[in-house]
Design a protein around this ligand. Structure first.
Ligand code: NI
Length: 184
């Protein structure tokens, strides 16, 4: 396993549409795609992220990894078991939306308030090449929308409708952290 360098905003790879993974390659344990996943998980753990999309480590392929065990960065959110998704697509967005503060390893000093659907359905394939349909709500729904955006060349600030609610992490903690939405 190896830790990979995280691509930061300004790297053009973050703005490309990622290529689909060849699902046949998942059947081959020697395939480089499995090595990439291992390295992405190690990188996500090292960087303290809740999710990571392959373009963030300069691989323009449709792979995302997610995992969250409760910590002080996102207080009160439910844990997410380690999840690896290939070629994920959001097939349903709830009409109901809610604002929440997001950050991103590719814009690591920033937090911004983003309004997203409160629940989504995602269709994807897992590491064994099996189709998965995930009905997600709450924190998991937000993380999935954020990570799948990366596969389409988008980052969270593109989803903000009010850029006055973009803050450096330190100023976020000083001026905004008491806001009710943060706990939501
Ligand atoms: Ni991100």
């Amino acid at each position: 396993m190896a830790r990979l360098k995280v691509a930061r905003l300004g790297n053009p790879i973050l703005r490309e549409k990622a290529q689909p993974v060849d699902l046949e390659a998942l059947k081959d344990p020697e395939s480089g795609i499995h090595r990439l996943v291992e390295d992405m998980v190690e990188t996500m753990h090292h960087e303290g992220g809740v999710g990571l999309a392959a373009p963030q480590v300069a691989w323009s392929v449709q792979v995302v990894v997610l995992e969250y065990t409760e910590n002080e960065r996102y207080p009160g959110h439910e844990s997410i078991p380690l999840t690896v998704l290939f070629n994920p697509v959001i097939t349903r967005y709830s009409a109901e939306t809610a604002p929440g503060w997001e950050s991103c390893l590719s814009l690591s000093d920033f937090r911004g308030r983003v309004t997203r659907s409160t629940s989504v359905t995602v269709e994807a394939w897992d590491q064994e090449g099996r189709k998965r349909v995930i009905d997600a709500e709450g924190f998991l729904a937000v993380v999935l929308q954020h990570e799948i955006d990366h596969l389409n060349g988008m980052v969270f600030i593109d989803r903000m409708d009010d850029l006055t609610q973009l803050a450096y992490q330190e100023e976020f903690e000083t001026y905004w952290m008491g806001e009710k939405e943060v706990e939501a």
